[in-house]
Design a protein. Structure first.
Length: 76
């Protein structure tokens, strides 16, 4: 994995933690909303689903290897 990909993953994890923590703090400060843990888990699930859809859309299948022989005669 390249350094850029690792940096993007680290940034994504930090942003996800920020959103989940912010949602939990909001619900903790305003008790009329649902339980903080429930909201934080729901926000995390939505973020994971969005990332999974993004990664799945950009995935490419592995190329089929082509067998090449060094000793084969050239094609006519």
């Amino acid at each position: 994995m390249s350094t850029l990909a690792l940096a993007v993953v680290l940034l994504l994890v930090l942003v996800a933690a920020l959103f989940v923590g912010g949602a939990a703090l909001l619900v903790h400060r305003v008790p009329r909303y649902l339980a903080p843990v429930t909201v934080a888990v729901e926000v995390a699930a939505v973020l994971v689903a969005a990332v999974a859809l993004t990664v799945g859309a950009g995935a490419r299948p592995d190329p089929v290897p082509v067998r090449v022989s060094v000793t084969a005669p050239p094609a006519p």
